[in-house]
Design a protein around this ligand. Structure first.
Ligand code: FE2
Length: 393
């Protein structure tokens, strides 16, 4: 080691180091851990660094270094010898990189071996110093390493802060979306209720059929987003009947061919109404196709098989289930078991046989349980989208 006149860190600081000090906290004495099995080297390093204002701890081996780092997680830099008995400097480097990733490590080596140096860099060292070195070389490397450490810490703090900001904004956005979705639900329910008010005979049909459709769609394996879309479509399926004249909508007896034609227009009318509303655009496909039959005998377009949107094929079963199990002016209501037989009988012509199979696998009690739940739900507590999102069968 060369002997040099002792100067303070600031006095010593050449111009090129001044910029590097910008990120160093001036009010804090930086702590450097020196690891070297040779006492004279430890002594010289400690003296040079302390003379330049650093707080230095020096240990003789890697085991002591690891213990020291456990007790002092605020260490700013480790200078470690490579060749030491027991755990060598490269192994210590691995431990520090793994357990203390924010602490920069500079390797000290007496051997000018490119393999050792490249190996150290590859394993995470940020610099190396070839022994013997002079004070200038030492302080230059130390300053650079400390700067590197500070940037790492700033980066980690920035990242953590950013994650907190993102988390907080995501939570706020989620809450807003939830409120918005609830507003959509309330709007949907007002539209459905407006229809129910016109046709007292089918009161509650929209809600029951939504619950049945969701239960069946969930069993069929559809995801939450698909369930939400189908729930909206199911709830509004007959919304086009708002434009159907009372004389036809409320007629007790059989409709004439002309009246039937007018009645059938409710699918296209409903589609036209709902399709214009952006959050209901996908749901409008179910509204349009809810009277199509699997064999192509339905209306208004005579779609066949998988040309009928999946939601509409699922809905068709739920709609029939509710129609059969609800009282009508022209007949009494039938049991869920009877409805089930009828749906099974119509598999392949009116209904998609794959969905009928899923329907038949569901227990009969489910439908009466859902019916009770829907009918006993307090006013305003149904929530079309909420129903689709949160109910587990
Ligand atoms: Fe309809």
């Amino acid at each position: 080691m060369q002997k040099e006149t002792v100067r303070t860190q600031q006095e010593f600081m050449p111009a090129q180091f001044a910029t590097m000090q910008k990120n160093v906290d001036p009010g804090r004495q930086e702590h450097i851990l020196v690891v070297d099995d040779e006492e004279p080297v430890r002594g010289a390093l400690t003296a040079m660094l302390e003379q330049n204002g650093y707080d230095v701890s020096a240990v003789a081996d890697a085991e002591q270094a690891m213990l020291h780092l456990q007790d002092d997680p605020g260490c700013d830099l480790v200078l470690t010898d490579v060749m030491m008995p027991g755990v060598n400097g490269l192994m210590l480097l691995d431990v520090i990189c793994s357990n203390h990733p924010g602490v920069p490590v500079v390797m000290l080596t007496a051997i000018h071996d490119i393999h050792i140096v490249t190996n150290a860099f590859r394993r995470g060292a940020i610099d190396y110093l070839l022994k013997p070195f002079d004070r200038t070389q030492l302080l230059e490397v130390v300053l650079r390493a400390l700067e590197h450490g500070h940037l790492l810490k700033q980066n980690a703090a920035y990242r953590q802060n950013l994650e907190q900001i993102i988390h907080s904004r995501t939570s706020r956005l989620r809450a807003t979306m939830h409120d918005l979705e609830r507003s959509y639900d309330i709007t949907l329910e007002a539209m459905g209720d407006a229809l129910d008010l016109r046709d007292a005979q089918t009161e509650g049909h929209s809600r029951r059929v939504t619950a049945y459709t969701i239960a069946l769609a969930r069993e069929f394996g559809l995801n939450q987003e698909q369930l939400r879309l189908i729930a909206r479509g199911a709830f509004l399926h007959d919304i086009g009947k708002i434009s159907t004249p009372d004389a036809i909508l409320l007629k007790g007896g059989r409709l004439t061919p002309k009246e039937t034609e007018v009645m059938r227009q409710h699918c296209a009318r409903g589609y036209e109404m709902v399709h214009k509303i952006p959050f209901l655009r996908d749901a409008s496909e179910l509204v349009y196709a809810h009277h199509e039959n699997f064999d192509g005998s339905g209306y208004p377009r005579g779609l066949r098989g998988e040309d009928i949107p999946l939601g509409a094929r699922i809905f068709a079963i739920a709609d029939t289930l509710d129609a059969i199990t609800s009282k009508r002016s022209y007949r009494k209501k039938l049991s869920f078991a009877q409805a089930r037989e009828e749906i099974e009988r119509c598999a392949g012509n009116q209904f998609d046989p794959r969905i009928v199979r899923v329907f038949l696998n569901l227990p009969l009690e489910l439908w009466s349980k859902l019916r009770k739940e829907v009918e006993h739900a307090p006013a305003g507590a149904f929530g079309v989208t909420t129903w689709a999102s949160s109910r587990q069968m």
